[in-house]
Design a protein around this ligand. Structure first.
Ligand SMILES: [Zn+2]
Length: 277
């Protein structure tokens, strides 16, 4: 079965295990059922901007062409740096209506262990998706705020003590050190000034996230479809936004946003359970 796909961040859902989907032109492909099977990905040498949809020889950043990256509200400064949010002041960055809709809603600051301790921000109710996108093994809600700006202020304050990056190689090798997230929450909450500590939540539940991975690699090598063009290998698992292929090659699907590929999948698969047992 061959499917044409313009790659983009894989949608997720959770039912005790992370599930990953791929958005094809007309449907979604449930990827977990192909774990343990040989798949092929061939880059068709076309790239499409996630903003305007036009074809470009090169995309600039985040799957956007240069123009969209510098003009679209979906690529605005506050998307990557929540502390730069201005909608709560009524100030526009690129599109005030979009920014109000995005920023002026409850947000969550979380602590995650994806191979090391990190802090992150996400919109309320998005946290499980966010944790799966990052390949977090454990996560704990740290604070709940009314808007994105407040969450960004807390994240900035916590970055004085802990990082905000996912150590992707350790995450993919499943080298997860034991970290007491609740003790970290208490330690870090005590460092905040009152104007920020008022948002610290009562959550004590450390969420464990399970991934559909048959075998974690000892070494990882990141694939670049600009260079490799095509890959054929057994899919060993999916974690974060990465496909883990047999032999330790990993494909960061999100970083290939906009790449047009032909995906070849084994045709007959009885059930998801057969494929992941
Ligand atoms: Zn564009």
């Amino acid at each position: 079965m061959d499917i044409g796909i313009t790659l983009a961040k894989m949608p997720t859902y959770y039912d005790g295990t992370a599930h990953y989907l791929l958005k094809a032109d007309e449907d979604f492909v449930a990827l977990n059922r192909f774990i343990g099977r040989q798949i092929s990905v061939e880059f068709l040498n076309q790239k499409f901007c996630a903003g305007c949809g036009q074809e470009f020889a090169e995309l600039f950043r985040m799957g956007f062409c240069k123009n969209c990256f510098f003009t679209r509200p979906e690529a605005g400064e506050s998307i990557i740096r929540p502390e730069l949010s201005r909608a709560h002041l009524g100030e526009e960055d690129r599109d005030l209506a979009f920014e109000k809709g995005y920023q002026l809603q409850p947000h969550i600051v979380y602590l995650a262990n994806s191979g090391g301790l990190k802090v992150g921000v996400t919109r309320g109710r998005q946290q499980w998706h966010r944790w799966m996108d990052q390949g977090a093994s454990y996560a704990l809600v740290f604070a709940q705020t009314e808007n994105r700006y407040q969450a960004g202020q807390i994240e900035v304050a916590l970055k004085a003590f802990i990082g905000d990056k996912t150590p992707w190689q350790r995450m993919l090798k499943n080298q997860v050190e034991a970290i007491d997230l609740l003790a970290e929450k208490e330690r870090l909450a005590a460092e905040l000034d009152k104007d920020l500590s008022q948002w610290v939540s009562a959550h004590k539940e450390v969420n464990e996230i399970h991934y559909p991975v048959r075998q974690y690699p000892d070494k990882v090598k990141s694939l670049n479809l600009n260079k490799s063009r095509s890959i054929t290998a057994k899919l060993q698992g999916i974690k974060g936004q990465y496909w883990i292929m047999e032999g330790g090659n990993v494909l960061n699907v999100r970083s290939h946003t906009g790449f047009r590929v032909r995906l070849s999948l084994p045709a007959s698969i009885a059930t998801a359970k057969d494929a992941t047992d």
